[in-house]
Design a protein. Structure first.
Length: 650
């Protein structure tokens, strides 16, 4: 009689004490696990976790609870591997750096999870987190342990609130995550400040997938360091990797990744660039709560072919089955997404087409192959040919952060295969897909690949001219904008300028290009004046334009520009603190006290400015930058207090 295998197995892994009194990496207590389960855990469990703050074995329970937890989910064919790993102090030999992993495996992806999505197991009470070698060696697992209970951070409404409203609208970061995953060419690296934020981002992302899609496609890890990012597994999607914000500089030196920083204004402003993100915007903006969307997605097949799901199939299927809930145009997006499966299948009829498709999916392959097939319309039906060409050209936007040789090689690939016609190189819209990306810096003089297409150099030269013109235009607009915000203008004159229709776009470009990062101290002083007058008064209730739809982004862009300028000023190392305080006193006298502002509104502004007197309470990073804002605030408050005392004495 064959005993049916139970669905769940649990395996522990760490440097356990062995019989000789030493230690070594091995599996520990397990439930329902066979040798294959133990081997897959040993293959994937981490043996190093480096928190952002150092610690030793003498920390207390509260500090132990605050140590990072690395929660990873890996879809492995017909199984799902979950691993929660924690720093465990020293091992049996006294070496620091032990890591304890409690892994569990779902052997039946055809049955739903009680927790709905894999990320919901984060910090489950059923997952062990021992600290110190005595606790590690004493772990036991209940023999009836099955699916773990969900963790405490499973409120989907909170997750979406964090994305859309808690720190401003940051849905652009979610769209970027989806677009990078859909592109499949780089690993998306999400940069956040704390573990809870990481989990909520992954919950919001998961909720744009059917539970079946998420379990079969979405690999993620909630805590990694820039020095040891996981690589994609053969034949699988790139993982979503969460890295602490402290690794920002180290990430800039890595290749094969796309860093997504929700705090970056350019990321916040990102628009959907794939069917998945476009469907997300359409479905989640019609009044349905995220929980209602998930209820619709739960139980829906991930695609017409559930055995081969793609990102976005669940939302496309939802829109297809319930078209009355959504805008008419969204049904077209869903149909095109679902139809493209058949087109892609039909397009792979011969080896040349298959090779071309592989390069479109993984542009890095251009570094390995220089003899490209020339695709003709005889190779594909006309509709499929043009669809493939459009898809291939659209990839250029995803190459903005790739190495220059990948971008140049891919452009050569497009020309050599015929997917980009020689006539199209004169289309500025095509060149705009890549000419302002980091990957094109110096691209117009980059070495050409072997067997370069004869029109490649022309394309690179034209794109180089475009970039030069755009940078010059941006610089001129930036210089004019800073003059309009200068101290020679009254605050009222500046507000009148901010009300002009085109100013919002100008400020967006300055923020996007971090223009003020190159300016001197005078720009910093001017913008600090604007921040403590225009922005502070707007926060207190004095409208800038009277239109909330314009006021909010105006405030945000002015604040971002001020922050960039202050960071640049701090980096120079010569901070005139006395000058900053004098600036504050002048702002108080000329712009606040003499501006004829309603006294009650003025008191509200003064109260807000007093909140900046303690640099550590200013919600920006960097002690030097915090001090810059605090010095101006101190000058304002002192002058306002002095004036009030003088008025009382009189």
């Amino acid at each position: 009689m064959t005993v049916p295998r139970r669905r769940w197995s649990h395996v522990t892994y760490a440097s356990f004490r062995n019989q000789a009194g030493g230690g070594g990496w091995t599996t520990g207590p397990s439930v329902n696990a066979d040798l294959a389960d133990e081997q897959v855990v040993a293959e994937h469990a981490p043996t190093s976790m480096i928190p952002t703050q150092s610690f030793d074995d003498f920390i207390g329970a509260a500090e132990i609870a605050e140590l990072p937890r690395r929660f990873e989910y890996l879809p492995l064919g017909d199984r799902g591997l979950f691993m929660q790993s924690v720093p465990a102090g020293k091992d049996a030999t006294g070496r620091p750096g032990n890591v304890f992993t409690h892994a569990f495996i779902d052997h039946d992806l055809g049955r739903p999870l009680a927790a709905t999505y894999p990320i919901n197991f984060y910090r489950s009470e059923d997952l062990l987190t021992p600290f110190r070698i005595a606790s590690v060696n004493a772990v036991t697992l209940p023999q009836d342990l099955q699916e773990p209970r969900p963790g405490p951070l499973t409120d989907l409404a909170v997750a979406w609130m964090m994305v859309t409203t808690m720190l401003g609208d940051r849905t652009g970061a979610l769209y970027r995550l989806q677009d990078v995953l859909s592109g499949g060419t780089t690993t998306p690296v999400l940069m956040v400040k704390n573990a809870n934020e990481a989990v909520y981002w992954l919950q919001a992302l998961s909720s744009t997938l059917s539970p079946d899609e998420a379990r079969r496609l979405l690999r993620f890890t909630t805590f990694e360091r820039a020095a040891a990012l996981p690589a994609p597994l053969p034949g699988q999607e790139h993982p979503v990797v969460v890295v602490p914000a402290t690794d920002k500089d180290a990430l800039q030196r890595l290749e094969g990744i796309t860093v997504i920083d929700p705090a970056d204004p350019r990321t916040r402003e990102a628009q959907p660039g794939s069917p998945w993100s476009e469907l997300t915007r359409g479905v989640f903006t019609v009044g349905l709560s995220p929980l209602q969307v998930v209820e619709f997605l739960t139980g829906e097949p991930a695609a017409d072919n559930p055995a081969a799901p793609r990102f976005g199939d669940g939302l496309a299927g939802l829109v297809k089955r319930r078209p009355g809930l959504f805008a008419a145009g969204l049904a077209d997006v869903a149909k095109q997404h679902l139809d493209s499966r058949g087109a892609a299948a039909g397009a792979a009829r011969n080896l040349d087409v298959e090779l071309v498709q592989q390069v479109i999916e993984r542009p890095q392959l251009v570094l390995e192959n220089h003899a490209w097939p020339v695709l003709g319309r005889a190779d594909l039906p006309e509709r499929d040919y043009y669809g493939l060409a459009d898809e291939a050209v659209a990839v250029l936007e995803n190459l903005r952060t790739q190495p220059t040789d990948v971008l140049v090689g891919y452009l050569n690939f497009l020309l050599a295969t015929g997917l980009l016609s020689p006539e199209a190189i004169h289309d500025r819209g095509v060149r705009d897909l890549f000419n302002m990306g980091d990957s094109f810096r110096g691209g117009h003089v980059a070495p050409l690949p072997l067997n370069a297409h004869p029109e490649l150099r022309t394309l690179l030269d034209l794109a180089g001219q475009d970039r030069k013109e755009k940078l010059y235009s941006t610089r001129r607009r930036g210089e004019r904008a800073l003059l309009s915000l200068g101290r020679e203008h009254s605050v009222q004159t500046i507000v009148e300028w901010l009300r002009k229709p085109n100013v919002l776009r100008i400020l967006y470009e300055l923020v996007k290009n971090q223009f003020v990062s190159e300016q001197g101290a005078s720009a910093t002083f001017d913008l600090l004046r604007i921040y403590y007058t225009v922005n502070m008064f707007a926060d207190a209730g004095l409208a800038i334009t009277g239109d909330p739809r314009r006021d909010e982004p105006l405030q945000r862009y002015l604040a971002e520009l001020t922050l960039y300028a202050a960071e640049n000023y701090a980096a120079q190392g010569q901070i005139d603190r006395a000058g900053l305080k004098e600036l504050g006193r002048r702002v108080a006298r000329e712009d606040i006290l003499d501006a004829g502002v309603d006294p009650r509104l003025r008191r509200d502004v003064a109260r807000a400015i007093r909140g900046h007197l303690d640099p550590q309470k200013i919600l920006i990073e960097g002690p030097a930058v915090q001090q810059i804002f605090a010095d101006v605030a101190e000058g304002i408050v002192n002058e306002m207090d002095r004036t009030e005392r003088a008025g009382t004495d009189a």
